[in-house]
Design a binder for this molecule. Sequence first.
Ligand code: FAD
Length: 400
Amino acid sequence: MIKPKSCCIVGGGPAGMMLGYLLARRGVSVTVLEKHADFLRDFRGDTVHPSTLIALQQIGLLQRFNELPQSRINRLSVRMGDVVQTVADFRGLAPFDYIALVPQWDLLNLLAEAAKQFPHFTLQMQHEATALLHDGDRVIGVNARTPNGEREFRADLIIACDGRGSTLRDSTSLTVEELGAPMDVLWFKLPKPPASNGELFGVIGAGTAIVLIDRNDYFQVAYILPKGSDMELRSAPLEKFRQTLASLVPELKDSTAAIQSWDDVKTLEVKVDRLKTWHQPGLLLIGDAAHAMSPIGGVGINLAIQDSIAAANVLAPVLAVGGEPNDALLSQVQRRRLPAVKKVQALQLALQNNALSAVLAAKGEAPKIPAPIRWLLKFRILRNIPARIIGYGFDREDVE
Ligand SMILES: Cc1cc2nc3c(=O)[nH]c(=O)nc-3n(C[C@H](O)[C@H](O)[C@H](O)COP(=O)(O)OP(=O)(O)OC[C@H]3O[C@@H](n4cnc5c(N)ncnc54)[C@H](O)[C@@H]3O)c2cc1C
């Protein structure tokens, strides 16, 4: 009888949970190690784009996903001074003409519950991988800290899905290309005033920009500031920060009182990078562990899920019949995904190093979108182009 090969996935984020589900569904024996006790963590992004909705539909989970509490947006707009400009318009796109905003833990719980139906799937919470195990040059497992002490997990293939601060990536000598970012982001919640019109709302001011993500009863707010200026901002009185917010978005003036201390404001150090090679014998890295994305476009979750689909499409047919996860196979995953990652990162870098840098450097008055671009954006068909890129991405993978 053929014995399928085994996989150990480190990290139960969007990449790890989706890959765990997809491999187990194809009969591959999978163990996912997640260091936290649950998926209820701080805000890490909620934007489920059409590319992910298509994947959920293809694996038969869309109906259950639709039952999760969510809001939907079909336009991304920015306000500069008193001008509001829609920059991406999903209306008219098919099969999905919206982005769903769903707390990430709900999506991860859904995938975990669905994966547990497969006999080959095991999810180990509170299991933190601490080091790779080697046999010569080949990775053969990981050491993990568990509630019952240190334990070894051995598998035919280890897949690192442990995010932008990947411990497993740090344990290798793989080369990382740092692509840089001119900004950091502060995250916090503000109560939502009654009127909201189904658009993701960016507000551009002089020296800063904010994004308001509608989470039904409150806004998750991203405040963008020049890289490294976080400490300076935090050393000023909190009231000054509240006033800056109120001057950017006057309708949030009353809501700013909800920020009671700087502890309510979390800093995300933005980094954009990618590995030159995503694999070595016995080890594959995907998602943020292989390429940390800029927050521009809110594409990180969706790219991580696309990586999982590509990895499952390449690996499952081989592993399920006992085939070797050799370097040639692992490099196919990178070859399928790298072009899309490069294209998205190139667009993000172009936007952050030009438009966003100009906003961050502006003094006095908020910069304006150049008139020719505003004229082009009058046409929905042209506003559909950025929406298609953000929502459907490049080189979209279908679940095989
Ligand atoms: C503040 C913030 C806001 C964001 N907003 C958005 C957004 O709006 N839209 C969007 O698409 N993207 C957003 N992103 C990016 C998005 O979260 C990531 O791109 C995406 O989650 C990457 O998925 P992943 O599975 O590769 O990694 P992660 O989501 O980082 O998941 C990694 C998982 O591995 C676990 N882990 C880490 N180390 C270990 C270990 N040693 N052992 C075991 N488990 C481990 C972690 O607990 C985590 O569950 C945001 C990120 C941040 C930080």
